[in-house]
Design a binder for this molecule. Structure first.
Ligand code: ITT
Length: 200
């Protein structure tokens, strides 16, 4: 009993500034029991977080700073994107709305495959930047994973560009992997591992 109580009071309370349920699920699996994650709703923040930067670094900072300024809770925000070398790093910060404001994963993937149709180099990377703000102090953490964009969709798990991304050293797409498998190697997992290490 005492051990359980000690564990409970030692949990670090943090708000994860996201409205993406898939991401919350993935991060919960990565963070396990060490942290008590507070949702955006629990902080009373109902607004759309601003994301107008030109880089993943700027966007994750902007989201975290907005939440911190409005709710004064210690928090972190992430921004991720798929960077395709033959497309000069696109879709990058525009990954979520690559095919338009409807933010459709299916439309985004289809546009990506169209834009890559005549390209021989299919290499890409997913990249995540996390910004943590604790008592006003800002720290950023980055994670990435390299892979190849295949020319047809495979698998039904995950989200976004997962059905067309095969990480280097693997035969399957992210969308064919379990949450746990993807969670061991993903860009987000790598960035979050750095965050967890930092938080100690
Ligand atoms: P929030 O801003 O609400 O957190 P989001 O959907 O914009 O949610 P991200 O900033 O992490 O999430 O990612 C932007 C886009 O990049 C996302 O909509 C996907 O299209 C793509 N993406 C990021 N991580 C991905 C992943 O693990 N698998 C597939 N696509 C991913």
């Amino acid at each position: 009993m005492r051990g359980l109580f000690t564990l409970k009071i030692m949990k670090t309370k943090l708000c994860f500034a996201t409205n993406n349920a898939h991401k919350l699920e993935e991060i919960q699996a990565i963070l396990g029991n060490s942290f008590e994650l507070i949702s955006l709703a629990e902080t009373g923040c109902k607004e759309e977080l601003p994301e107008t930067g030109n880089t993943l670094e700027a966007n994750s900072l902007q989201k975290a700073q907005y939440l911190y300024d409005h709710s004064q809770v210690n928090c972190f925000a992430d921004d991720s994107g798929l960077e395709v070398y033959a497309l000069g790093g696109e879709p990058g910060v525009d990954s979520a709305h690559y095919a338009g404001p409807q933010r459709s994963h299916a439309d985004n993937v289809n546009l990506l495959l169209k834009n890559l149709a005549d390209k021989i180099d299919r290499s890409a990377q997913f990249r995540t930047v996390i910004t943590l703000i604790q008592d006003g102090e800002i720290n950023q953490f980055e994670g990435s994973i390299k892979g190849q964009i295949i020319d047809e969709l495979k698998g039904s798990k995950g989200f976004g560009y997962d059905p067309v991304f095969v990480p280097d050293g693997y035969e399957t797409t992210f969308a064919e992997m379990s949450l746990e498998e993807k969670g061991k190697i993903s860009h987000r997992a790598r960035a979050f591992a750095k965050l967890v290490k930092f938080l100690g």
